[in-house]
Every structure is written in structure tokens, then in C-alpha cells.
Design a protein around this ligand. Structure first.
Ligand SMILES: [Zn+2]
Ligand SMILES: [Zn+2]
Length: 328
């Protein structure tokens, strides 16, 4: 996720980039909302397929964008992912999000935590800020009627992995203190990471361990990213490899705990630990693994969400369509 956003300005550096009031994840002036509205509802598949969608102009705008992109699920940031300060959505905006989701049948709504948040930081000031910010993420998520909040478990640079694990659990527990997530149908999803040194969650075992420790405290689950899985060293490319990787996933995290798949192709090689998202089918993973994943009956209820770059106008639509075209 981190790279997905930081790479965008670079990817479109030759074009003019206009900073919008909220949400900075559009390429240049391109915005699906500026295109003519579709005359007939976009074709959907039997699966839940969506993409990380811009909230530019207001959080409620993301739902209309997702609909026009042909999605029946989506992921958003609930505030600027690069700023600590976050404003709460207005009551009317939350109502509008619900109304449009109902109208278009869009679910689940997934929120991705700001990437400033590090729940196992060794710097006390940074950790405190992260806990406050994460509490805000949970509160905004619930206000918006979202189902899932995706969190990268953090970086324990300067400490040990065990300290990092313990700190992440303690920080998450502090952040949600007094909030009944279960009553709100709201769940925190821990995302597997690209496996960089000092980052928690670079293997299924680590995510599983964090989930086991969090489970008594808060509703949790996993978000598995195809790019992160690939670059952290798992084989998702060959048919046998993917089968084995999914078997490992089931042995550790368990498939029933995977509520979201982040569908991203990878620019970098397997085991490179480089988090560089690529358009579906155009990277080192290729189309076939996505076809296998999408048509695996064990993931019929899982949401598939792309976090692919927008290098050219229409890339968001093309990536959603690439995924949908694979559904049999
Ligand atoms: Zn990523
Ligand atoms: Zn991701």
C-alpha cells in the first residue's frame, strides 16, 4: 500500500498534478466522475470486486466513483494518508455514503489506515500519535458504516520482533478501548507486508500470531496482498506454488479469516521484498494466478480489491475490468 501511493506522483510526474482538498490518489486531472455517467448499470460478476478509490471532493464521492468503475466493493482512506490531523466526516456525508451503497449494492466498505500509523514504533511520541490516529480511524470507520479497517502491523525498528508484537497488540487494544467494534459489525484486518526488515507481518505465521493475540481483545481478521505475498517469498505464480501457498495460509491464518484479498500484480521479483504494485496481469505475477484465486470456491465471500497505480487515465477502470474478466 505504501508504495502504491508514494509511487503515484512519480508515475505521473510528466503531467500536472493538482492536489485536491481530500484524497490525493488520482492521477493528474483524470477522474471517472468527470466522464459521462454510464447509461446502463455496469456489469457485475458473482464476486465482490473493487478498487482503492479516491475520496476527492468528499468521502461520499468515492461511492459514486466505485459504482461507475463497475465495483460492488471498495477501499478508501477516511482521511489524508499523509497527515496526522484528520477531520471527521459530517453526519450528512455518512448518511449519503450509506444511501449510495444501498442504492448500488456496494459492500463491504473497506478503510485502509493512514500509512503514518505505526502501532509498534519504538519512539514514544510517534507511538502515542499512532494510537490516537488509529482510534480516529476506528471511529470514522464506524461512523461511515464500514465493515473493515486494514492495518499494516508496523515497524519494530530499534527493538525485537517479540517487543514489536507485544507493542502492536497493546497499542491496538488501547486505541479501541471503550469502543464496541463487535456491536458495530466492524473488524480490524491485519495485512501481510512485503517482508522488509523490521516490519511485522512479512510472513503468514507472523500475521497469525498477531491475530491470535488480538482475538480475545477485538474482532480481527486478515487482508492478504498478492504483491506482498509474492515479494515476501511465497510462490503464487505457478499452479502448484499457489496451491501450496494457500495451504500454508490455511494452516496459519486460516482461509476463513481472510476477509479481503488485495489484488495487485508485482513489479518486483519473488523474494525481492520490494513493494511495487503493477497493473493486473502486467507484472511478475501475471493473469493466471489471479484467475485461479478469483475462481477458488473457498473465497466466494471474500472481497477482492485492487490497489493498482493510475499511470494513465482509465487505469482504474481497466484493472477492475481485468479482474472481472477472469471470473468464470
Ligand atoms: Zn503494497
Ligand atoms: Zn495492500
Amino acid at each position: 500500500m505504501l508504495e502504491f501511493l508514494t509511487s503515484m506522483p512519480r508515475a505521473v510526474s510528466t503531467k500536472s498534478i493538482k492536489k485536491k482538498s481530500s484524497g490525493t490518489d488520482l492521477a493528474g486531472d483524470y477522474d471517472i466522475l468527470k466522464m459521462p455517467a454510464p447509461e446502463t448499470p455496469p456489469q457485475l460478476t458473482r464476486l465482490r470486486i473493487g478498487i482503492h478509490t479516491s475520496t476527492s471532493g468528499g468521502v461520499e464521492k468515492s461511492i459514486e466513483r466505485a459504482y461507475r468503475l463497475g465495483c460492488n466493493t471498495l477501499q478508501i482512506f477516511s482521511s489524508s494518508p499523509r497527515m496526522w490531523r484528520a477531520s471527521s466526516p459530517e453526519v450528512w456525508q455518512c448518511a449519503e455514503v450509506s444511501r449510495l451503497r444501498e442504492l448500488y449494492g456496494i459492500k463491504p466498505l473497506v478503510i485502509h489506515t493512514s500509512y503514518l500509523v505505526n502501532m509498534c514504533s519504538k519512539t514514544p511520541e510517534f507511538l502515542d500519535k499512532s494510537i490516537v490516529a488509529f482510534r480516529g480511524e476506528v471511529q470514522r470507520g464506524i461512523a461511515l458504516g464500514a465493515q473493515y479497517l486494514v492495518l499494516h502491523p508496523g515497524s519494530f525498528s530499534g527493538g525485537t520482533r517479540e517487543e514489536g508484537l507485544r507493542c502492536a497488540v497493546e497499542s491496538i487494544s488501547k486505541a479501541v478501548d471503550g469502543i464496541d467494534l463487535e456491536a458495530c459489525g466492524f473488524r480490524i484486518l491485519i495485512e501481510n507486508t512485503a517482508g522488509a526488515e523490521y516490519s511485522l507481518g512479512g510472513s503468514f505465521e507472523q500475521v497469525a500470531e498477531l491475530l491470535a493475540r488480538l482475538r480475545p481483545l477485538v474482532p480481527v481478521g486478515a487482508c492478504i496482498d498478492t504483491c506482498h505475498t509474492h515479494v515476501s517469498g511465497y510462490d503464487v505464480v505457478s499452479e502448484e506454488g499457489l496451491k501450496e501457498t494457500l495451504a500454508q495460509l490455511d494452516k496459519t491464518i486460516k482461509l476463513k479469516n481472510v476477509f479481503v484479498w488485495h489484488c495487485n500484480d508485482a513489479k518486483a521479483d519473488r523474494s525481492s521484498k520490494l513493494d511495487r504494485h503493477e497493473h493486473i496481469g502486467r507484472g511478475k505475477i501475471g493473469l493466471e494466478p489471479f484467475r485461479r484465486l478469483l475462481n477458488d470456491s473457498r473465497f466466494e465471500k471474500t472481497a477482492f480489491i485492487a490497489e493498482t497505480p493510475i499511470d494513465e487515465p482509465g487505469d482504474d477502470l481497466r484493472n477492475v475490468e481485468a479482474l472481472k474478466a477472469l471470473v468464470q
